[in-house]
Ligand binder design. Structure first.
Ligand SMILES: [Zn+2]
Ligand SMILES: [Zn+2]
Length: 426
């Protein structure tokens, strides 16, 4: 796809930006640049850090809307049909998609149960609802309420984790086949369909075009006459507002800030908490499996070793990468970024921004092991014959994943680039 790079490489002086709705502040480096006119297939990227500012899609809204409708059908199927069934010692156990969270709560791990329920059932449904209502009403429903709804679409996306859940299923499935006869059921295929339909909707949805279509029916979005204030890109819709920090965005009403508040200390505290919990997450058992042969606790590492001993190398590597490497990488990269930013360093700005994007992108894949446990506890419930329980390690590990995702979200990468801008203006 062709990429468009706005002409000016240097920072335009902040006070001389003419009012208009086509200016954007790059969310990663803070550079102000002007979006080109819409030209389907073009990608407008930040001239300084290559962040995508606008991915112009070739399809009309009808296509993502149709994908959303298909996803809705798949989701309803996944809700009402069984997910997996196992047979062990002549006994049967059936799990639906919500059985895992329910069992986790029943075992006393309410927070993990709520987390799994949230990211596999609740958030995907809310995200889908936002997509369908916004696209369904984009031409006729009142624009302001739709904007208040649509501004949550992108922030919620990383928390809809059906794709990660399906990988967790793959790991759980290979473990189960060693213990029992496993039957795959309708909900599994429905979830795969849901994931594909949502991916197609996301891949064809032109988010800026949605905002612009809503703008046409909302006079509030018209740029006001210059009145002074700070130029701030809206964190939700991207529009550049000239206002005092704390005032709502004129397009989507999201409160504006110049930089994310207390970004360094918040991200630092979250990274520290994540690092502290990473230790018990690896020391304590993740789950306890009871079979006739006896009871055995599995830590993250011993689970990986067992997969490898069974000759399942690709899965062992996958879980090693997701459960050991990614959290560690996140903690290390975030620490490095936080320390260099606090010191006002201007070295490797592009490299640090790329590293940040990388951990931002891969962070959610650490949930594989948590989902694996939630599927095992849902199915293996045969009392003293065979039983799987979640254990403290799983809670600590889930907390590490969530804390590090929050840490990445609360860090404002523009702070890194501010040191360079200060140096240039001095
Ligand atoms: Zn940039
Ligand atoms: Zn906005």
């Amino acid at each position: 796809m062709p990429a468009y790079v706005p002409r000016h490489g240097a920072l335009p002086p902040m006070t001389h930006i003419p009012p208009g709705n086509d200016w954007r502040e790059c969310p990663h480096c803070g550079l102000f640049s002007r979006l080109p006119p819409r030209q389907p297939g073009l990608i407008a990227i930040c001239p300084r850090c290559d962040e995508v500012l606008w991915r112009m899609r070739r399809t009309h809204f009808n296509f993502p809307f149709a994908c959303g409708l298909a996803a809705l059908l798949f989701y309803l199927f996944a809700l009402v049909t069984p997910f997996l069934e196992i047979e062990m010692y002549g006994r049967f156990s059936l799990a639906r998609i919500e059985t895992g969270p329910v069992q986790l709560i029943a075992q006393g791990w309410g927070l993990v149960g709520a987390l799994v329920f949230g990211v596999t059932l609740l958030v995907p449904a809310v995200k889908l609802g936002i997509l369908l209502i916004t696209l369904g009403g984009v031409h006729w429903m009142p624009a302001r309420p739709l904007k208040l709804l649509f501004r949550w679409y992108e922030p919620l996306s990383p928390w809809a984790m059906i794709d990660v859940y399906l990988l967790g299923f793959l790991v759980a499935y290979t473990r189960l086949t060693g213990m029992a006869t496993v039957h795959l059921d309708t909900a599994l295929y429905a979830l795969i369909g849901f994931m594909l339909a949502m991916a197609a909707a996301d891949g064809s949805l032109d988010i800026e075009a949605v905002w612009r279509t809503l703008d046409e029916r909302d006079h509030h979005t018209k740029p006001p006459a210059l009145k002074g204030g700070v130029l701030m890109g809206c964190p939700a819709c991207g529009l550049v507002n000239e206002a005092e920090p704390g005032t709502p965005c004129r397009r989507c009403l999201t409160p504006l800030t110049h930089r994310k508040p207390a970004s360094l200390s918040r991200a630092g505290a979250l990274v520290l908490a994540g690092a502290l919990l990473y230790i018990p997450a690896n020391l304590y058992p993740f789950m306890v499996i009871t079979q006739l042969a006896g009871t055995q606790g599995y830590t993250i590492m011993s689970g990986i070793v067992e997969l490898a001993q069974d000759g399942l190398w690709p899965l062992a590597l996958l879980v090693f990468f997701a459960s050991i490497t990614i959290p560690l990488l996140k903690l290390l990269i975030m620490s490095y970024i936080l320390i260099t930013t606090r010191a006002g360093s201007t070295v490797h700005l592009e490299g640090r921004t790329i590293a940040f994007r990388f951990i931002d992108f891969i962070g959610r894949w650490s949930m594989i092991d948590v989902f694996m446990v939630s599927i095992l506890v849902a199915l293996v419930r045969f009392g003293q014959f065979a039983n799987v329980r979640a254990d403290l390690g799983a809670v600590c590990f889930a907390a590490v994943v969530v804390l590090t995702i929050f840490a990445v979200n609360s860090f404002d990468t523009r702070l890194m680039w501010d040191s360079q801008d200060k140096g240039e203006s001095a």
